[in-house]
Design a binder for this molecule. Structure first.
Ligand code: GRF
Length: 218
């Protein structure tokens, strides 16, 4: 039997309810996700996600954007907070502030995001309303490495969900989130196993450049 690998140290950044974080915490507790969340950091001191972290005994930190004269200064403070925890990766889980170019460069290839659309369709906000307006037959979610291009970094994995005629934003988001709760841990386990990396602006899996994002479930 192979010896278990050391859990991958990460920090999670979030701004909101933290159901994505909760999925990670639940899988860690169940022993099915080989990561250690060193800290959860937010730009919203009242984010319910911080409470979820505290309940799980994970360190938290909130930085108020209003305390900083400009975006770069906020991101510098964010970086020094992150560095204290010495994570190998930064995992965005509903973090709603755009990261500055210098922040992204500092952690090149070390930041992951989950975005509720089948990228490159629907970058940015309000993806559920936009997909319903567009009448697309399917929607979903994408996990990708973060680059300076908003929601534009190399894709890792996608989950697809059919859009039903009676769907509302709520019903559609519930089904997409159900997929996200499984997909993000699956990707993080691959990262923890050393199977994934971002190189030359592409995602590499097992030392091979990925031509297409993986499909969840695998
Ligand atoms: C997730 O659906 C993810 O796709 C997006 O933000 C949402 C976060 O939700 N990036 P929550 O705050 O974790 O509930």
């Amino acid at each position: 039997m192979n010896a278990p690998t050391t859990p991958l140290p990460i920090v999670v950044l979030l701004s909101g309810s933290g159901t994505t974080l909760q999925a990670l915490l639940d899988e860690i507790r169940a022993g099915t996700l080989n990561v250690e969340i060193k800290a959860v950091i937010s730009d919203q001191p009242d984010a319910p996600g911080l409470g979820r972290a505290e309940d799980a005994g994970v360190e938290t930190c909130a930085l108020l954007p209003g305390d900083y004269p400009e975006h770069q200064a906020f991101d510098r403070a964010l970086a020094s907070c992150i560095d204290k925890f010495k994570p190998k990766y930064i995992v965005l889980a509903g973090y709603m502030r755009i990261l500055s170019e210098s922040f992204v460069e500092r952690y090149a290839g070390k930041i992951l995001n989950i975005h509720p659309s089948l990228l490159p369709r629907f970058r940015g906000l309000n993806t559920y309303a936009r997909v319903l307006d567009a009448g697309d037959p399917e929607h979903g979610s994408s996990v990708h490495f973060v680059t300076a291009k908003l929601d534009g970094g190399p894709l890792i994995m996608q989950a697809r969900v059919a859009v039903l005629p009676q769907d509302t934003e709520e019903s559609l988001s519930a089904r997409v989130k159900e997929q996200e709760r499984k997909m993000y841990p699956a990707v993080l386990n691959m990262l923890a196993a050393g199977r994934l990396e971002m190189k030359d602006g592409q995602t590499w899996l097992d030392q091979q450049a990925l031509e297409q994002p993986m499909e969840h479930p695998l």
